[in-house]
Write a protein that binds this ligand. Structure first.
Ligand SMILES: NC(=O)c1ccc[n+]([C@@H]2O[C@H](COP(=O)([O-])OP(=O)(O)OC[C@H]3O[C@@H](n4cnc5c(N)ncnc54)[C@H](OP(=O)(O)O)[C@@H]3O)[C@@H](O)[C@H]2O)c1
Length: 273
């Protein structure tokens, strides 16, 4: 399948997530000559990368070709400050992709009234190692061709899930947006449990960490559902089964995770607007 890439793109906000996406776009073959970066305080790495690859850094909007795509990756609270600069880069054919947490399509459309096509996307932290997952909700003016461009750009940092209903974004935020922190905490808990079982704490932490790394890699490589992977390593009456009896009890991990995700979803709703 051929991947469609934009000829011209402006990235507004070249921080952690913007920088990770930029690496992804270069990796999938976007022509750096078509990429412009806008950031009032670019990091030394971004300045060096722009120089090395020949990407424009902080160009005047009037001096570059109207971009096919503008990616908005500042902090959400910078939207008001950034809006005039964003407006200057938006042309009738420009697709705006926003990754600003909590900023709805309606909110973006109200602040950037000349944008005809907006996609709201929610990536997550493992984008930094190209293993992110991004949920994306297209606004009404987005064409099939623009959606294909967004799919390629967002797919450069991991998997992409398209949502018909933007209302699902708060739940997405609670599952995959905040989810990496839950997994890091799982490692902390497994390490603490190992120490409680008598292991030296440093060994317990290395074992717990490597276990989650390995299990994550198996999930990545295997087409099997997680329940099957679990069943495959659980002999009846064995040690894993003894632990899972505790974790899968009525008051085990599932109700705890449901409560945690529900709290995150509620908070995402409170912060959104
Ligand atoms: N990191 C994540 O895991 C994650 C996940 C999902 C969504 N997001 C979303 O991604 C966005 C960026 O997050 P981040 O973690 O990458 O933040 P970040 O590292 O702080 O990056 C934001 C960048 O935007 C720059 N900036 C500030 N004002 C600007 C302006 N007016 N025009 C252009 N650039 C401007 C910042 O410069 P200064 O540092 O000088 O202010 C910084 O380089 C946020 O909206 C967040 O909600 C992040």
């Amino acid at each position: 399948m051929t991947v469609s890439l934009p000829q011209s793109l402006v990235l507004l906000g070249a921080g952690k997530m913007g920088g990770a996406m930029l690496e992804g776009w270069l990796r999938i073959g976007m022509d750096p000559a078509g990429i412009s970066l806008v950031d009032p305080h670019p990091s030394d790495e971004i300045v060096a990368l722009a120089q090395e690859k020949g990407m424009a850094l902080n160009p005047d909007a009037e001096r570059i070709a109207p971009p096919d795509v503008l990616v908005l990756a500042t902090k959400p609270q910078m939207l008001d400050t950034a809006a005039p600069a964003v407006q200057a880069f938006i042309h009738p054919k420009t697709l705006l992709i926003s990754i600003l947490a909590g900023k709805t399509l309606a909110n973006l459309a109200a602040r950037l009234p000349t944008a005809n096509a907006i996609i709201r996307a929610m990536p997550n932290l493992p984008a930094a190692v190209q293993r992110g997952v991004t949920a994306a909700a297209p606004g009404p003016g987005v064409t099939a061709a623009q959606r294909a461009l967004a799919d390629a750009l967002l797919g450069s940092i991991g998997r992409v899930e398209w949502l018909d209903d933007e209302g699902l974004i708060d739940a997405v935020t609670a599952v995959s947006g905040s989810g990496p922190a839950y997994v890091f905490h799982l490692v902390e808990c497994l390490a603490a449990a190992g120490a409680a079982a008598g292991l030296p704490p440093a060994i317990a932490e290395r074992l717990a960490r490597a276990t989650v790394e390995g299990a994550g890699e198996m999930l990545f490589q295997s087409p099997l559902p997680p329940a099957t992977l679990r069943q495959n390593v659980t002999s009846p009456g064995g040690t894993t089964a003894a632990a899972l009896d505790v974790l899968m009890a009525d008051d085990g991990l599932k109700p705890l995770m449901v409560a945690a995700v529900s709290a995150a979803k509620r908070r995402a709703g409170e912060l959104s607007g």
